[in-house]
Design a protein around this ligand. Structure first.
Ligand SMILES: CC(C)(COP(=O)(O)OP(=O)(O)OC[C@H]1O[C@@H](n2cnc3c(N)ncnc32)[C@H](O)[C@@H]1OP(=O)(O)O)[C@@H](O)C(=O)NCCC(=O)NCCS
Length: 210
């Protein structure tokens, strides 16, 4: 006799449900995401170490476009751009960046750009992170992104460490972020920096076609 036991649900993420009538179909895909948190109170944050030729640029309102463009180029073609539509378009990234930086909880101290020089010796931004105050004691990291050719050298880790130091500087005791489980390199990076999983979230994304 063969077994009809189902595989555990987690083996199927992300999974899609199809429905609809006639020629119109609606597909709902569920993405599994983790909320990950780190305690900042009296914690020694990993030092900010950038590879040679890269530098951190602190927040200034004049950098809103540079952050938005870097965000767009970092997320283009990545899994989160399929989940959060605004990340998939330059205009969406501009709206998002403008919204974050003008919001009440925006934390400039936890918001950084990474710059390097391109082949013509011009400054080029290649990494971005933003921090917001989610509650009186807790910061939230938004959309850390590094443009593909600049990954795997520690730029992402430096951005997260710089944001955590910024949260500490303004007196926040904890920080959290959310990450799509399939984004293994991001999950590993956050674990390495002390983040631990505190919650599992199922994010539904609807797509209509017909
Ligand atoms: C997630 C992301 C920000 C990481 O950026 P990154 O600059 O590649 O990050 P780092 O270089 O610090 O770390 C990535 C890996 O490179 C390795 N690394 C870091 N410095 C290194 C070095 N000098 N030499 C070799 N490897 C190195 C790290 O060990 C890490 O490996 P791991 O994944 O096994 O832990 C980047 O992949 C990205 O922008 N992805 C698309 C957008 C996205 O999904 N963002 C996350 C949203 S939650």
């Amino acid at each position: 006799m063969f077994s009809t036991r189902l595989r555990p649900l987690q083996s199927y993420w992300p999974f899609s449900l199809l429905g609809g009538s006639g020629l119109d179909f609606m597909s709902v895909t569920y993405f599994k995401r983790y909320r990950m948190e780190v305690n900042l109170y009296r914690r020694r944050i990993a030092p900010v170490r950038l590879p040679l030729g890269y530098r951190l640029v602190p927040w200034s309102p004049a950098l809103v476009d540079a952050h938005a463009e870097t965000k767009y180029h970092s997320f283009r073609g990545e899994i989160d751009a399929g989940i959060f539509h605004s990340l998939s378009e330059p205009h969406g990234c501009h709206e998002l960046m403008a919204g974050i930086s003008s919001g009440e909880g925006f934390v400039p101290e936890a918001t950084w750009l990474v710059e390097t020089e391109n082949e013509f010796g011009e400054a080029e931004s290649c990494g971005t992170i933003q921090g917001v105050k989610a509650s009186p004691r807790c910061g939230a990291i938004q959309n850390v992104g590094v443009v593909l050719p600049h990954r795997g050298q520690g730029v992402g880790a430096a951005l997260v460490s710089a944001a955590l130091l910024g949260f500490q500087q303004v007196g926040l005791a904890r920080a959290y972020l959310e990450v799509t489980v399939q984004n293994r390199s991001a999950v590993q990076l956050y674990q390495r920096l002390g983040f631990r999983r505190t919650k599992t979230i199922y994010k539904s994304v609807e797509m209509a076609y017909g």
